[in-house]
Ligand binder design. Structure first.
Ligand SMILES: [Zn+2]
Length: 241
């Protein structure tokens, strides 16, 4: 029976290792998607920066267009100065010329502002492009490490799965079935006893069961959580009676 418990402990240990490795292995595609998302985020940032730069440039061109129109208008109005006949018409013309000059001055201010905006947008674009390069390089390194890790995981799993089959083959069928039943619901399925208590659920073991466990004559499950109980020292030191 002690021999059976040893195999059971071994099986539990293999299952623990396998579960950890399988979880990591299952997370690999998500990590690859994460690389993809990071790359796309940088790409989006770059194209937003380029769009902002284009918008700033076209705003500058638009205001330059307005400035040219106002300059042409002012020239036309200046040309009309000698043709006006009344004081009122002359005053009105001067007003119109002032308005055109004011509009030109506003345009010049806006052109200066848009030059600043273009400068800032160009800076942001360069920054986004540099960040994209850095992230791309980083992703290449991380993806390579992930590929390597995936190979290691596959190797480890390929090594441990036959080991597990080997241990299962050594176990009594009923005991294996009992283990499988518990393992489906609770992990670990096999637990140590400490201070006459089940380590899995922290409930005391009745004295009668404890004596039986010490004798090692049959497999005892925790009355509360159904886990298989083992007395570590007894298993380590003992031989089958
Ligand atoms: Zn328990």
């Amino acid at each position: 029976m002690v021999e059976g418990l040893r195999h059971l402990i071994e099986l539990q240990s293999l299952d623990d290792q396998l579960r950890t490795l399988e979880e990591e292995h299952a997370a690999v595609p998500n990590r690859r998607d994460e690389f993809e998302r990071r790359g796309q985020a940088c790409e989006a940032k770059c194209s937003a920066a380029s769009d902002a730069l284009s918008a700033a440039r076209s705003e500058q061109r638009r205001v330059e267009g307005i400035l040219q129109e106002q300059e042409a208008l002012l020239q036309k109005l200046e040309g009309q100065q000698l043709q006006v006949k009344t004081n009122d018409a002359y005053t009105a013309l001067l007003h119109e010329m002032d308005r055109a000059r004011q509009a030109m001055s506003d345009c010049e201010t806006r052109i200066l502002e848009s030059m600043d905006a273009i400068e800032a947008a160009r800076g942001s674009e360069v920054e986004a492009q540099l960040e994209r390069e850095a992230v791309r390089e980083q992703i290449v390194v991380e993806a390579k490490a992930l590929d390597e890790r995936e190979r290691e995981l596959n190797d480890e799993l390929a090594r441990l799965r036959p080991d597990r089959d080997g241990v299962c083959a050594l176990l009594d069928t009923e005991l294996l079935a009992q283990y499988a039943r518990i393992a489906k619901r609770r992990s670990p399925a096999v637990v140590r006893i400490a201070n006459e208590m089940c380590v899995g659920c922290r409930v005391n073991i009745p004295p009668q069961s404890y004596i039986e466990i010490l004798k090692g004559e049959r497999i005892i499950a925790c009355g509360n959580c159904q886990r298989i109980l083992i007395h570590a020292e007894r298993v380590a030191a003992g031989t089958d009676p």
